[in-house]
Ligand binder design. Structure first.
Ligand SMILES: [Zn+2]
Length: 229
């Protein structure tokens, strides 16, 4: 699963919980950030094999610390605690719980896409529904999830028409990235280069998510104060 993960970030964000979208973008890929870091450190292992599955070249044969079910639960709890402690003054317990759920959603969506490479604990009892074996189906799922997330985001967040257009444009850009990832043939990168790519692309998306909401809350507040006076 790739851009489909961001559907959860869009679906969770609302005027009520006010979790920054960039925080949710980080949360839904938190496990992959840990994974990419551990691959770069040589602790978790990855082979990049052309045609490994129809929709992905990744043979993640050893990733117990980032992608086992038990690890995912632990990281979700840690992320919720980080959110609550860093945003202590403003964040509610419910918001921290949502951040934890956003992190855990990564494992659920990976479970749908991955072949049997997700361990329940450590490196044993591996599961995965293997949608990556069906390229069109998996691509359709990614796009449908992302579109659904954005459709639920738009009415639940008070943002200007220009910002709404920007959110939709970003969604389309993510779909183009997914088309490139799924359908455009390319030579397999090394494990380390793949991990670097994950860091670079995911962080780029986090920055865009930040820019999409930059100043939005302040402007809504100003508007309310102005209309009350
Ligand atoms: Zn993952």
């Amino acid at each position: 699963m790739f851009v489909g993960h961001y559907s959860v970030a869009f679906a969770i964000k609302s005027d009520k919980n006010r979790i920054p979208l960039w925080v949710l973008f980080t949360a839904v890929q938190f496990l992959d950030y840990i994974w990419a870091t551990l691959v770069l450190l040589g602790i978790e292992k990855l082979r990049v094999i052309k045609g490994f599955t129809a929709g992905s070249m990744l043979d993640s044969y050893y990733h117990p610390y980032s992608h086992s079910l038990i690890a995912a639960i632990v990281w979700s709890g840690i992320a919720a605690m980080i959110y609550k402690s860093v945003w202590r003054a403003k964040a509610s317990k419910a918001a921290a719980l949502l951040v934890g759920l956003a992190v855990f959603s990564h494992w659920i969506l990976d479970f749908i896409a991955h072949p049997r490479d997700l361990a329940i604990y450590d490196n044993t009892w591996k599961v995965g529904l293997g949608f990556w074996n069906y390229r069109g189906l998996e691509f359709g799922l990614e796009v449908a999830l992302l579109a659904g997330g954005i459709v639920s985001y738009l009415p639940r967040n008070t943002i200007s028409a220009a910002r709404k257009t920007a959110v939709i444009a970003f969604g389309l850009a993510l779909i183009i990235v997914q088309i490139g990832d799924t359908f455009v043939p390319r030579a397999p990168l090394s494990d380390k280069a793949t991990a670097m790519g994950v860091w670079i692309f995911y962080t780029l998306f986090v920055v865009v998510a930040y820019l999409l909401e930059m100043g939005a809350h302040a402007r809504i507040l100003n508007h309310k104060q102005w209309s009350q006076s």
